[in-house]
Design a protein around this ligand. Structure first.
Ligand SMILES: CCCCCCC/C=C/C(=O)SCCNC(=O)CCNC(=O)[C@H](O)C(C)(C)COP(=O)(O)OP(=O)(O)OC[C@H]1O[C@@H](n2cnc3c(N)ncnc32)[C@H](O)[C@@H]1OP(=O)(O)O
Ligand SMILES: NC(=O)C1=CN([C@@H]2O[C@H](COP(=O)(O)OP(=O)(O)OC[C@H]3O[C@@H](n4cnc5c(N)ncnc54)[C@H](OP(=O)(O)O)[C@@H]3O)[C@@H](O)[C@H]2O)C=CC1
Length: 284
């Protein structure tokens, strides 16, 4: 098992966490999870594996993926990993070609790879802006289209879940990411229609404040305010997102496409989030 992360759930937690799903809910399915070594992706990998899926975990850093694969296999699950930068289209195409040529294809794609750095929008550098757009919008699209091309080629049904951010109101201090995520949501809604004839479903999950190691890039002051981003006055766990994702990927989601499932403790109805800390001039 990997060591307990500074924030969020450990592999030990994820191996034992209660689930509402039947143990065969994803039996025989192959699920590719980008960003699978991160907090939310790792929870999805554990849940999908525990529900009978064979999981393929991808990310840029082997040190995040390898211990997870080891832990999943030690628990008796079927898991493999591959390093992959979703921004690199050639790498993405190579990954999907190998997945179908040598590894039995895939049924499910979950795009959990993503992230941003907190900064006032007025200060974004062109390089910083491009890094976030390239990761969250272009990278997600690379994975979506490459997966869909294979599903169309093999006349195989597919399901995509994109992990985004709540975009119904501003999320202050990460405007670059909000622009990219709004793009992913709109893209997902559009291809949900275009790809329905190929039997490909495309949905998004918009998490609220979910405690994961991804929080390392936020200040202690910003993190301390996260419980106040919603009327439940607490943060969520990666398991909350994993169960929502399983609902969309499993047969329970068979008639759902083009949707955004918000899992934020009601945060889009009440609460505010400053990822850079609330400026004094709003603190009245
Ligand atoms: C109601 C909802 C409540 C939600 C609350 C919580 C909000 C959301 C939380 C999360 O999403 S947590 C999980 C997400 N995980 C992360 O965000 C991971 C950390 N982020 C990153 O890895 C990067 O930001 C990245 C852009 C996603 C990765 O790109 P890349 O590897 O290319 O980055 P770098 O090479 O490090 O940087 C490229 C470029 O970007 C600029 N930049 C990077 N960091 C900063 C910074 N801290 N401040 C200012 N600018 C930054 C900069 O131009 C970099 O270029 P160089 O200057 O290094 O040449
Ligand atoms: N936690 C939260 O509160 C919230 C999270 N989200 C979003 O949910 C998603 C998952 O977040 P979370 O698990 O918390 O964050 P983490 O930072 O823990 O995980 C994100 C993963 O994405 C991977 N990744 C980043 N860039 C790339 C890339 N170019 N190619 C491949 N993989 C990449 C990273 O792996 P590696 O470094 O190995 O590449 C990392 O493990 C992100 O999009 C995040 O922004 C949305 C709202 C709230």
């Amino acid at each position: 098992m990997t060591d307990a992360p500074a924030f969020g759930l450990s592999d030990t937690d994820l191996a034992a966490h209660n689930t509402v799903f039947a143990s065969d809910a994803l039996k025989g399915r192959v699920a590719v999870i980008s960003g699978g070594g991160g907090g939310i992706g790792r929870a999805i990998a554990w849940l999908y594996a525990r529900l009978g899926a064979s999981v393929v975990v991808t990310g840029r850093k082997p040190e995040k993926i390898d211990p997870l694969i080891e832990a999943l296999r030690a628990a008796g699950h079927t898991a493999s990993g591959e390093t992959l930068d979703i921004r690199d289209r050639a790498q993405v195409d190579g990954f999907w070609a190998r997945q179908w040529a040598d590894k039995g294809g895939a049924d499910i794609l979950v795009n959990s790879a993503g992230g941003q750095f907190p900064q006032a929008a007025i200060d974004f550098s062109p390089k910083g802006w491009n890094a976030v757009i390239d990761t969250n919008l272009n990278g997600t699209w690379n994975m979506m289209q490459a997966a869909a091309l294979k599903w169309r080629e093999f006349e195989h049904p597919g399901s995509i879940v994109n992990i985004v951010v709540v975009t119904t109101h501003g999320l202050y201090g990460v405007a670059h990411s909000m622009a990219a995520r709004a793009g992913v949501i709109s893209l997902s809604q559009s291809v949900a229609v275009e790809w329905a004839p190929y039997n490909i479903r495309t949905n998004c999950i918009a998490p609220g404040a979910i405690e994961t190691e991804g929080w390392n890039v936020y200040s202690p002051a910003a993190r301390a305010a996260y419980p106040k981003t919603n009327p439940m006055m607490r943060v969520g766990t990666a398991w909350d997102i994993a169960e929502a994702s399983a609902f969309l990927s499993a047969a329970s989601g068979n008639f759902i496409t083009g949707e955004v499932l918000t899992v934020d403790g009601g945060g889009q109805h009440w609460g505010e989030t400053w990822t850079t800390g609330k400026p004094d001039y709003f603190d009245v």
